[in-house]
Write a protein that binds this ligand. Structure first.
Ligand SMILES: NC(=O)c1ccc[n+]([C@@H]2O[C@H](COP(=O)([O-])OP(=O)(O)OC[C@H]3O[C@@H](n4cnc5c(N)ncnc54)[C@H](OP(=O)(O)O)[C@@H]3O)[C@@H](O)[C@H]2O)c1
Length: 262
């Protein structure tokens, strides 16, 4: 019988001195998580594909710490989060990793199913689920007891929109595997959770042609239950809660300003 999961402070300030790998940490919610984590004294490894975006993000997260921070307080690893070599580089670079947050994602495989080929469907599933399983495999063998993995999904899983069948099926699978993996990894005292986001004001949201200006975001957000979209920091804070609280596993936590109820 393994020892029970350690008891420790569930406050996010207790993440000080821990190390988190943020896959998708060069923008939006992942980047905001990096800033919050560094501001409470955690070490952070950011993973993203675009080297320029990653470099700027590393610098932004470093600025959230103090001038005396060692160079390895914030690292950047450029590559695809589904590539096991990239993941090994991130874990090896960190030396010791306590938490993994996965916010890598984007819009792919959209459109009516009748217009998508079998290859289109396979590519979307391979990208999202292939990445998720690669991360789960790596994290499961590298994290210590008390470690956590936090994935991302979205409220369209609950309230689908036309043309989103393929990406939402993959996102729904992430929610299901969260529960299955939580059960599988509990004996190793690892926790697995997902944050299900509503509309969060990030570069991904603003990449939609109808939301590419402050005015458009404010106007569209005004119809949300709380009168605006969420901020990346509000979204990221929920991931920090899940990292810090050693008694939460197998959960999908919705952060959507009440939108899924409206
Ligand atoms: N914002 C929302 O309203 C919203 C709503 C529901 C769900 N979500 C989900 O929440 C997550 C975060 O969204 P966000 O709004 O923060 O998006 P974002 O601003 O576009 O950030 C996504 C990050 O992931 C990285 N990334 C994408 N694909 C990657 C890959 N294969 N390997 C490594 N890094 C990768 C991106 O950098 P590179 O492109 O340079 O790799 C970027 O740093 C996504 O999974 C998204 O689907 C967001």
């Amino acid at each position: 019988m393994s020892a029970p999961i350690p008891v420790r402070s569930p406050l996010t300030s207790a993440l000080s001195g821990t190390t988190a790998v943020l896959i998708g940490g060069s923008s939006g919610i992942g980047l905001a998580a990096g800033v919050l984590l560094r501001s409470v004294g955690a070490r952070v490894v950011l993973v993203g594909r675009d080297p320029g975006r990653l470099k700027a993000a590393v610098s932004q997260v470093r600025d959230a710490g103090s001038a005396e921070d060692p160079d390895d307080a914030v690292l950047g690893v450029s590559g695809d989060g589904g590539d096991e070599r990239t993941l090994a580089e991130a874990f090896d670079g960190a030396g010791h990793v306590d938490h993994v947050l996965v916010t890598a994602g984007g819009l792919s495989g959209t459109g009516p199913v009748t217009g998508l080929s079998a290859d289109d469907v396979r590519a979307t599933f391979d990208a999202l689920l292939g990445r998720t399983f690669a991360i789960a495999r790596t994290a499961a063998t590298r994290l210590p007891a008390g470690g956590s993995i936090t994935f991302s999904s979205g409220i369209l899983v609950l309230r689908p929109a036309p043309g989103m069948t393929v990406p939402l099926s993959a996102a729904g699978a992430v929610e299901t595997l969260t529960k299955a993996l939580a059960v599988e990894l509990a004996p190793a005292r690892l926790r697995v959770n997902t944050v299900r986001y509503g509309r969060i004001d990030t570069p991904l949201l603003r990449s939609l042609p109808s939301l590419n200006s402050d005015d458009a975001v404010a106007e569209a957000g005004s119809t949300a239950p709380l009168g605006r979209f969420g901020t990346a920091e509000e979204a990221a804070a929920s991931a920090l809660f899940l990292m810090a609280n050693n008694y939460v596993t197998g959960q999908v936590v919705t952060v959507d300003g009440g939108e899924s109820l409206s």
